[in-house]
Design a protein around this ligand. Structure first.
Ligand SMILES: [Zn+2]
Length: 159
């Protein structure tokens, strides 16, 4: 519970990419359909991914790395994400609870700031929040998107 003390109406882009959250991804186990975890090592090259299901003991390893990001699947094994829910005819998804929390902070902030430093080009092009689809960012969708994120939070908390 270490919430930032800053004004919650302000949001400063923390300049993280989606990859920063890909180190721990909650997925649906291909063996028992319960919750499993894909862990992607940051250090090794090629990056090593490990799938572990505590519910049934299923596990798998990939050493040849990564598929790539996109959609409601994990980037290593292509398994369906555990944290996904329909929203506005789209799918709202996240890799893990920290990812949900970042989206909540960003989308509930009334004032979104962009860095006015040399990082600003980087922000425009690469950061996770700068790449969110428009339907998530529209003010008129905000309440529904935040409800969806609440559902993802509930899924993350349930075991
Ligand atoms: Zn399993």
């Amino acid at each position: 519970m270490n919430k930032p003390a800053a004004d919650p109406a302000r949001f400063r882009d923390p300049l993280v990419t989606l990859w920063a959250f890909a180190t721990t991804v909650l997925v649906r186990c291909p063996s028992c359909a319960r919750r499993a975890v894909v862990e992607l090592s940051q250090a090794d090259e090629p990056r090593r991914a490990r799938l572990v299901c505590r519910a049934c003991g299923h596990n798998a390893m990939r050493e040849d790395g990564v598929y790539g990001l996109g959609g409601a699947v994990d980037p290593c094994f292509g398994l369906p994400l555990w944290l996904q829910t329909p929203c506005r005819g789209e799918t709202l998804w996240a890799f893990n609870l920290e990812h949900v929390e970042l989206l909540e902070r960003y989308l509930s902030a009334r004032l979104r700031e962009r860095a006015r430093s040399p990082e600003s080009t980087w922000v425009r092009n690469k950061s996770l929040v700068s790449r969110l689809p428009t339907w998530m960012k529209l003010a008129r969708h905000r309440a529904e998107v935040l409800r969806g994120l609440g559902e993802l939070r509930r899924l993350a908390a349930a075991s």
